[in-house]
Design a protein around this ligand. Structure first.
Ligand code: NAD
Length: 355
């Protein structure tokens, strides 16, 4: 089969890690007889510098004409002024909107080889394997906001509609069907009206999935249980801001920022795939960034946008093998241990796939 992939490396280590993800996809193509056509586009700070906007029209068109988007990271000290009119993260927000990416999926799975690297006790962590699904285009980040009383009072508005809640809860139930068939819907229904609507709607959607068990948890309790009994979660689904916070908390269970992938999904098969980390300006250009988060994002791309499950598993297995054999980039290595570069880690994983 032939597939078109848009590659938006962005800033800092973004281009370094997406280059390795691309290399791994090329190896998948060779091993499984698929043809991937990669087209690069500008986004973020580099797009601001060259085109004056964080998301040039040409990049949006490129993404729309592609089967999926492989994304690096955007931002850096050069564009850090939060009051600037044009900012790198606008590129990502505009892509989410333009491509209809309404849900963000973060798988959090503990790599057995890295269990000791986490700040949480191994006994608590063992068996952790969850999906956190965050609603991405609604809620308080998009509601009306402003100041009054000569700037001395500020407000943000949290708004949700039934269709917005339905589609993300449905996606959670569908994902759970392919897993352990358990969904935890997270809200703050004891206080917030949007959460009461969320819970009512989630309860109703759950009836469409009698084979899936749906439970409800308050967000504060969820934050606690995530570090107390992480292995008990299968699929967590929640609104935008709660999800923003819980996904970061959950991702720290698995150790390094450099290891974890994410997918932002639309209705249908379009998706944008990126490591959860940012542009890491402190290590950019040194060839030491961990490319595994980006490579595992490519595995998610194979699974969710291209429906190539065997290929996705092969990539995940190759990563696991590499870690089991002791290869480490600096961020996941013991202080005095030998490490490999970004490029070597990507090359080794790609070679395993070709073999
Ligand atoms: P960051 O994720 O870039 O870095 C946090 C720390 O983790 C740094 O010490 C970094 O060196 C390390 N790190 C991150 N990824 C790594 C990898 N692959 N290998 C090894 N070490 C890694 O977060 P930050 O420092 O808060 O943000 C830096 C810039 O990235 C900011 O401009 C921020 O706005 C941007 N950012 C972008 C995205 C995105 O594009 N989706 C997400 C988060 C942050």
């Amino acid at each position: 089969m032939e597939y078109n992939i848009a590659v938006l490396g962005g800033d800092g280590i973004g281009p370094e890690v997406t280059a390795q993800a691309r290399r791994v996809l090329e190896a998948v193509g060779a091993a499984y007889d698929h043809r991937f056509t990669f087209r690069e586009g500008l986004v973020g700070g580099i797009a601001i510098d060259t085109e004056g906007t964080a998301l040039p029209d040409a990049t949006m068109e490129l993404c729309r004409a592609s089967d999926a988007v492989l994304f690096g990271a955007v931002g850096g000290p050069k564009w850090d002024d939060p009051t600037a009119e044009v900012r790198p993260e606008q590129g990502l927000l505009a892509l989410r909107k333009g491509l209809g990416l309404f849900a963000n999926l973060r798988p959090v799975k503990l790599e057995p080889a890295l269990i000791e690297a986490s700040t949480i006790k191994a006994d608590v962590l063992r068996g952790t394997d969850m999906f956190v699904l965050r609603e991405l285009t609604g809620g308080i980040y998009f509601g009306e906001r402003g100041r009054r009383d000569e700037g001395r009072t500020a407000f943000d508005t949290m708004i949700y509609t039934v269709p917005e809640i339905e589609r993300v809860v449905r996606m959670a139930c569908e994902l759970a069907r392919g897993r352990r068939k358990h969904v935890t819907s997270v809200d703050k229904a004891n206080v917030l009206e949007t959460s009461r609507l969320w819970r009512e709607t989630a309860t109703r959607v759950a009836r469409e999935y009698p084979d899936v068990q749906v439970e409800h948890l308050l967000v504060d309790a969820c934050a606690m249980h995530l570090i107390r009994r992480p292995a008990s979660f299968d699929v967590i689904v929640t609104e935008n801001m709660f999800g923003d916070i819980l996904t970061d908390e959950a991702s720290m269970l698995a150790g390094s920022m450099g290891m974890l992938p994410s997918a932002s999904l639309a209705e249908g098969s379009m998706g944008l795939y990126e490591p959860i980390h940012g542009s890491a300006p402190d290590i950019a250009g040194q060839g030491i960034a961990n490319p595994i988060g980006a490579i595992l994002s490519a595995a998610l791309l194979l699974r969710h946008s291209l429906k190539l499950e065997a290929e996705a598993q092969a990539v995940e297995q190759a990563v696991q093998n590499m870690l089991a054999e002791g290869y480490r980039t600096r961020d996941i290595a013991e202080p005095s241990a030998e490490t490999v570069s970004t490029d070597v880690m990507g090359t080794l994983i790609a070679e395993r796939l070709r073999a």
